[in-house]
Design a protein around this ligand. Structure first.
Ligand code: NAD
Length: 415
């Protein structure tokens, strides 16, 4: 992954936001890098008897507004710079969606598909043994991210509890199974939030959602739930893709049947009644809305130049390069940036933390209703700021987030 660029690009956005807000350079200096970062080497005895060492990091970016919060990613390409960039985004995202939490992230350089279930559990528990001193219910609250899930959170929570005299520490992790203090709607939340924001963006563009056509790159957790929610609202999802390729149905896919097909075959390809297409073709299809929900750096300058959609909603983190954004701005395309489009998951994680701390659990409708209201509020605030200042939504979102974090830092006396 182009992680050095991700960090550099984010720092450039931060620099511009600090300057536009008339804040002192110290604010940029504090936000440009994490407050601290712990690096460890996790030792796992493999099933064949060998001990293998996996590099791991947790970055604490900023906690001016509340405890550090961010996911744990297991991926062979993960590195220190990527973890730093992802931690910065968490601080910004949490400020945009307005939860009282700061930003953190962890990564372990491992290919989890290469591990047996026992090896994976050992790795998860080893992560906690190395990083326990860094985390805490009021200090740093981790969650799942790419290639980590509810089961991994359950093992990590159990290991932490064993190390701390079996204290009730449900609130130390979010994204847990329902049976262990998880929240209703957590799994679906990021995709639902993306879909809610996509609909709001269509309206601002004067597109009637029921008449719009949407293409989604990536059909994992986020892409699937985005597609389901949109289809449930009567909005046509005409194309989706995954790492193996894409499919098109010009009148709209039967998303529930597609989900069943993916469950059976492991991929969207060969879904009956559809035309195959490549990932690049999907991004440049003749549709109204494109939702990149897979990877970083997908919408490059050349892809942006060929795109026909008038709205792009960034479900993935960092899918648009700065050159891609500039080209889309030039062509008048409305880009809803990642820190506005995808905080639904962390928002419901925050609600999970609140429920754990009170020992009182809300029904799905309550959680989903709060999520919808928070996403709409954040989108509207950023959209109106962008109108007021004549900027794109990314610049407006960075200004909103940096302004909130800077105010908290000033009141604490950090500058
Ligand atoms: P996932 O692993 O469940 O799904 C990723 C999808 O992308 C899969 O369908 C995969 O096949 C596809 N993909 C991989 N490489 C591809 C390629 N080269 N071309 C096209 N498709 C490809 O991951 P996810 O949890 O859905 O996350 C997707 C993105 O959303 C990531 O950028 C992640 O950081 C971001 N995100 C996720 C959450 C969350 O709650 N899961 C929250 C915020 C942001």
């Amino acid at each position: 992954m182009e992680s050095t660029n991700l960090l550099r690009n984010t720092q450039e956005e931060l620099r511009q936001a600090v300057a536009a807000l008339g804040l002192p350079d110290e604010v940029y200096d504090i936000l440009a890098e994490p407050r601290r970062m712990l690096e460890a080497h996790l030792l796992v005895r493999r099933d064949d008897g060998r001990t293998v060492r996996y590099p791991a990091w947790r970055a604490h970016h900023n906690n001016a507004r509340g405890p550090y919060k961010g996911g744990i990613r297991f991926h062979p390409g993960v590195n220190a710079d990527e973890v730093k960039a992802l931690a910065v985004w968490m601080t910004l995202k949490n400020a945009v969606i307005d939860i009282p939490m700061g930003g953190a992230k962890a990564g372990v350089a491992v290919d989890p598909s290469d591990l047996s279930p026992r090896e994976l559990e050992t790795l998860a528990r080893e992560f906690i043994r190395e990083f326990a001193s860094f985390i805490g219910v009021d200090r740093d609250v981790p969650a799942p991210d790419v290639n980590t899930n509810e089961q991994i959170m359950a093992w990590m929570m159990d290991e932490y509890a064993r190390m701390h005299d079996d204290a009730d520490i449900f609130a130390i992790f979010t994204g847990k199974p329902l049976a262990l203090g998880g929240s209703q709607d957590r799994l679906e939340a990021t995709g639902q939030g993306v879909a809610i924001v996509a609909e709001a963006a269509m309206r601002r563009r004067g597109l009637a959602p029921r008449a719009a056509r949407v293409a989604i790159q990536g059909f994992g957790n986020v892409g699937t739930h985005t597609a389901r929610y949109l289809a449930g609202r009567g909005i046509a999802v005409v194309a989706v893709s995954d790492v193996r390729g894409g499919i098109l149905h010009p009148r709209g896919l039967d998303v529930e049947a597609l989900v069943a097909h993916v469950r059976r075959t492991g991929s969207v390809v060969d879904f009956p009644g559809t035309t195959p297409l490549t990932n690049e073709e999907l991004l440049t299809l003749d549709v109204d809305v494109v939702i990149p929900a897979a990877l970083e750096n997908q919408v490059t300058e050349s892809v942006a130049g060929a795109m026909r959609a008038t709205v792009v909603v960034e479900a993935a983190n960092g899918p648009t390069t700065p050159e891609g954004q500039a080209e889309l701005d030039r062509r008048g395309v409305l880009v809803v940036p990642d820190i506005v489009a995808n905080p639904g998951g962390v928002y419901v994680s925050y609600l999970e933390w609140v429920q754990n701390r009170h020992g009182y659990y809300w029904p799905r409708e309550d959680v989903a209703g709060r999520l919808a209201a928070a996403m709409e509020r954040a989108f509207d605030t950023v959209y109106e700021l962008a109108q007021e200042h004549g900027t794109n939504l990314r610049q407006a979102a960075y200004r909103l987030a940096v302004g909130k974090v800077a105010e908290a830092m000033r009141l604490r006396g950090w500058y």
